[in-house]
Design a protein around this ligand. Sequence first.
Ligand code: ADP
Length: 388
Amino acid sequence: MTLLLLTLLGIAAVALGWSARREHRLRLDTMERHERELRELQRRHAAALRESSLHLGTLLDRMIEGLIVIDADGCIRLANRAAAALFGFDPPATGRTLLEAVRHHEVAGVVVRLKSEREVLGHELRLEGATPRILEVNAVALPDSAGALLVFHDLTRLRQLEAIRQEFVANVSHELRTPLSLIRGAAETLIDGGKDDPATLVRFLEIIDRHSSRLALLIEDLLLLSALDSGRIELHVAPVNLRAAVQELCDDHAAAARTRGTTLINEVPPELTVRADAGRLRQVLANLVDNAVKYGREQGEVRTGASVLGAGWVQVFVRDDGRGIPAEARDRVFERFFRVDKARTRAQGGTGLGLAIVKNLVQAHGGEVRVESAENRGTTFYFKLPAA
Ligand code: ADP
């Protein structure tokens, strides 16, 4: 009996031990599984973090604006490529102080202002250097005094465009005012009694006629340029025989050329054909030939020629043997209202917009214009157009 009891107890103990071991084993398995799951989760989390910081880095580097994040000690925690390019430091600038990296006291001043203002918007600063830049800085303090975020926007191009626009408006006003005041002066003289003298009457009516034509020309050129700027010009492109187009123009300018004793020469090979809007091409040639006659030598020559450039382009030239364009003015002659000799050229009746129109019209055809000149030896304007 006792033996049976002991045996049963033994069996129960073995069974209990076995079940305890089994439970232990199960627990171990579960723990291992949890550990594996945890490790997998950590791996995925780390991968996701890596990917998102990679995305963030790419995004920040693609930004046009410069961006710098500094910590509470004024050290850079993050700076994108645009910021590095604006201030000329090598990325990553992490760990350097803001002043060390940007070397601009005004930027440091913006950060100081953040202590009391929390936000500084639209602060403009100028970066001196080979190409000076104007920057707008927007800055915000990070929560819990954790540092600051600074964004730099390059305003240089915008400011340049504003200056060009202001200069253009001033020029237009001046160009309009000059003929207008001459017309008014002539009209007043006539009203005040000038009309009673036939000779004075004719002289002042001629002034009115000349300057109102000049006004009309100026307004026409301005409207054309504005249409070209906004892409409102529709080109009716078709094959145009270049020699015929140049000949037509030489015939139209023959009378003007005769007054200066200029010989107009058409050297364009007969077979050359370009793809152009015939009317606009005439306008380009007219402006160049008109200038060549005006600024060319008296009793001189104006030659127009062309050749195939290859790769589907034809180059046209208009050459005179006149006073030439000084080297420092050659890059500027295509600017609106630029004149080498303001007083003299204005007296010759030009609007100062002719070459700007030439450049824009040629570009509208996909071509380019350039000038070569030697003082007192002459000037050659070249432009290229697609061959037909
Ligand atoms: P403008 O109406 O004054 O002729 P343009 O735009 O046609 O205006 O020309 C700009 C300036 O370039 C002229 O005022 C003149 O000073 C210079 N220029 C243009 N063509 C010639 C040329 N063939 N020879 C010398 N100077 C020229």
